[in-house]
Design a protein around this ligand. Structure first.
Ligand code: GLO
Ligand code: MG
Length: 347
């Protein structure tokens, strides 16, 4: 029964950060990466989202054997801490070879680098016991449209997806769409684009989506409808819940921090679809406010999780017969007032 889903939560080590922004340096001391894992359980989280180099720092300079050794170490650590590695994402936006993108870079040797790195990422995911890699296609896009052949770019992305499916017969690929930032316009900006690639691939059952609230909002879309679209195709691999105040830089605000009703509807759609009942995680991708003091700063994670759970209670307490009545009567004025008063806790 979806109404009794015990939600499991995840975040990535990058969600505990030093607070830098493009206009200034770090405002908080760094908290050692390896010590972050001990924070998960006490905060109420059991899933860890990884970049490939969060698992294996310095990945580009290491041999396959060294990578395996480091991954095995991390797996032991996760087992000891009772943590589950949710996914591993190739960080295809830091290296010099990824300046112009990765799979869609114009330079063939840069594309080779992206493929090598992706293979390493799949190997790492399998070595630590994670069933999925996430493709956040950070620099697959352009700053000016004429820079790339967009049609060819989409073919290259699909070609890579097929190559991963071929390379490993079990791993899943979860595409995390985002419309912009760091590029001016990104390829694969919405879940519709991601799922079109899925269905065009050689094994669509292993190609799903990961929807981040802020990314949908940046595309001018409602995250709950984006999630519903993926759920309708049984293709919601995971979510990155957070919030976003309007069309500006990617803010990764606390879940519900900018728009409680939009957050409520995401929880409602997830809950109604039984999301999580097959072990899917409620992933968060939130950043602490730059002004927050301390080290490590984790309240944004704790608070976003708490907010999610309060909204689950709100969803579970909905009067479904009243909602059905309003829908039948096409009285959406009454429905809206009911929802707003329900959220406010007044009758
Ligand atoms: C950036 C993305 C990023 C990804 C992460 C995992 O906008 O949200 O944080 O989620 O790299 O792929
Ligand atoms: Mg994200």
């Amino acid at each position: 029964m979806s109404s009794h889903t015990q939600y499991r939560f995840s975040f990535g080590p990058w969600n505990i950060s030093e607070g830098a922004d493009p206009f200034g340096g770090e405002v908080r001391p760094a908290f050692p990466h390896e010590e972050k894992f001990a924070l998960y359980r006490p905060l109420g989280f059991e899933g860890v989202q990884f970049h490939d180099d969060d698992v294996v720092p310095g990945i580009d300079g290491l041999t396959a054997a060294q990578i395996q050794q480091k991954a095995a170490e991390v797996k032991r650590m996760l087992d000891n801490q009772g943590l589950t590695p949710e996914f591993v994402a190739p960080r295809l936006w830091f290296a010099e070879q990824t300046t112009d993108g990765a799979y869609t870079a114009n330079c063939a040797s840069d594309r080779d680098y992206a493929w090598e790195r992706t293979r390493k990422c799949v190997d790492i995911a399998r070595a630590i016991g994670s069933k999925a890699i996430v493709l956040w296609l950070a620099r697959e896009g352009t700053y000016i449209r004429e820079a790339k052949d967009a049609r060819l770019a989409y073919e290259r992305i699909l070609g890579t997806i097929n190559a991963v499916l071929e390379y490993d017969k079990e791993v899943e690929i979860w595409i995390e769409p985002k419309p912009n930032e760091p590029t001016d316009q990104a390829y694969v900006p919405t879940i519709g684009h991601a799922l079109a690639l899925s269905f065009a691939s050689k094994d669509h059952s292993r190609v799903k989506g990961l929807i981040e609230s802020a990314h949908a909002l940046l595309a001018g879309l409602d995250p709950s409808d984006e999630m519903a679209f993926a759920l309708a195709h049984d293709k919601l691999g995971s979510v990155h819940l957070n919030d976003q105040n309007g069309l500006k830089y990617d803010q990764d605000k606390n879940f519900g921090g900018a728009n409680l009703r939009v957050a409520f509807n995401q929880v409602r759609v997830l809950e109604e679809a039984g999301y999580g009942s097959r072990g899917e995680f409620i992933g968060l991708d939130v950043k602490a406010i730059r002004t927050q003091r301390g080290c490590p700063v984790t309240d944004h994670l704790r608070n976003s999780r708490e907010l999610f759970l309060h909204l689950v209670d709100k969803v579970r307490a909905l009067d479904h017969s009243l909602i059905a009545q309003c829908r039948d009567a096409r009285d959406y004025e009454a429905l809206e007032l009911y929802i707003l008063k329900h959220l406010l806790g007044v009758r």
